[in-house]
Design a protein around this ligand. Structure first.
Ligand SMILES: [Zn+2]
Length: 131
């Protein structure tokens, strides 16, 4: 694992979703980098977010082709690969899996939330509970 990813996985292990944020220009970025991709500053910190995200886009995998996905994550086709945005980390888009969701009921912008504990350094998401 590249060193710049370590804070991400360390936070996940503590039940926290966090993203890199430049201390110089204040912008978030993803994936982690040694220098800010916007201002090239080196003062990158990590900021925890709520774990609530919105669905930017998705695809549905309908054929099991990765035995590791089944074994490690219990993901059997059909499953949802989601691209997520975070209101409290503008500019970050994270790819994950959306579980406990009806593939036919997905909509752009729908609210989802991180599902902890993370498994094997991977956080899944599910539709946000209303109310
Ligand atoms: Zn910057």
């Amino acid at each position: 694992m590249a060193d710049e990813f370590r804070p991400y996985f360390d936070a996940l292990a503590r039940g926290i979703l966090a993203f890199p944020r430049c201390g110089d220009c204040g912008r978030f970025h993803w994936y982690p980098m040694k220098l800010c991709p916007f201002c090239h500053g080196a003062g990158i910190g990590w900021e925890a977010v709520s774990g609530v995200a919105s669905l930017f886009s998705w695809t549905i995998v309908r054929h099991d082709f990765d035995p590791a996905a089944i074994e490690r994550y219990g993901l059997r086709a059909p499953y949802i690969v989601a691209l997520l945005e975070f209101a409290d980390a503008p500019g970050v888009r994270l790819i994950s899996n959306l579980v406990e969701a009806d593939p036919d009921a997905l909509a752009i912008g729908m609210a989802v939330q991180a599902l902890f504990p993370a498994h094997d350094g991977r956080v899944l998401f599910r539709p946000a509970r209303v109310g």
